[in-house]
Design a protein around this ligand. Sequence first.
Ligand code: SF4
Ligand code: SF4
Length: 365
Amino acid sequence: MIIATDAPATQEARRVMDICNACRYCEGLCATFQAMSLRRTFVDQDFDYLANLCHNCTACYHDCQYAPPHTFDVNVPAVLTDTRIATYEKYAWPGAFARAFQRNGLLVSLVSAVLITLTMALALVLISNNVLFGRFSGPGSFYQIIGHTLMVVVAGLTFGFSVVAMCVSVVKFWKATGKGMPSLKSVWRGCVNAGTLKYLDGGHGEGCSSVDDGFSNQRRIFHQLTMWGFLLCFAATCVATVYDYGLGRVAPYPFFSLPVLLGTVGGIGLLVGPVGLIWNKMRSDTTPMQVDYYGMDFAFLIMLFLVSLSGLLLLALRETAAMGMLLVVHLGLVLSFFVMLPYSKFVHAVYRLAALVRFAEEANR
Ligand code: SF4
Ligand code: SF4
């Protein structure tokens, strides 16, 4: 669904950004204000770009002399959150799935519950109890429960579709918000800023002001644990694929092997990070937040936590009779995660990276 140019989120973003561009008090806080100050006037797509540069630290709300109860009613984090969620719908691919971002928390929970139940039901019907609750050990033990080909085909199709959907979406976003290809230098700078979560430092290194007027790096730390936890788990999967197809080494692998070590460290990050982010959000001042979107955030974080928890339990109990059911549950969770990837909070990562690359490109100029 394409947002009309007179959509309320865009109108309010224009009103607020016009005030900010005249004021410019917050210019040092983050990339959003620096990118804003490079523009004298705004086209609608500029708000898509600026909204995805914002990570909702709320520093500008706490610093603003025009925030409510002032009659200007400037609430930059809230208006950019509205605009940001609207971009997820606007650039979603296929367009028919754009509505997945409405009541997203409920949708992600429902789809996940259905897929996990379906996976477990199929396993109970199709796999004999002797196998499902049997004890297996050594290379190939997972494939005694579910065939290697079936696992690869289902994971490949769902993850492949999600990657294609997100690539199409981010290309649409890139084309709408500016021109040309980015330089390698800008891509590198954007990746470094995304990887270090540079702008979660509040512009002064002391972090977000999510709880009150003070600052804290807690959100940045928990976000780092979540992001790097995810990337390490992804790296573990890539290494395991090379082991399997390149070296002919069949899973599961010993604990002191590269895929298992990467997956274990990443998995612990994915347990601590999401819990910390939920805890941080629950105790945050909700005035500059849009609590309507908390469902989207929480559903995604809980999904990450459950995927990680089931993976770590599978690692710990893989030589017991619990392995079969744990494998089925873990694969059901991973399947849900893959299916919902382009229609969940995960997309903020790709849009934000694209916005940071564009910002580096503008800064270079
Ligand atoms: S948020 Fe407030 S203080 Fe900051 S630039 Fe905008 S109007 Fe000025
Ligand atoms: S909420 Fe934080 S990141 Fe967003 S515009 Fe304000 S200062 Fe920048």
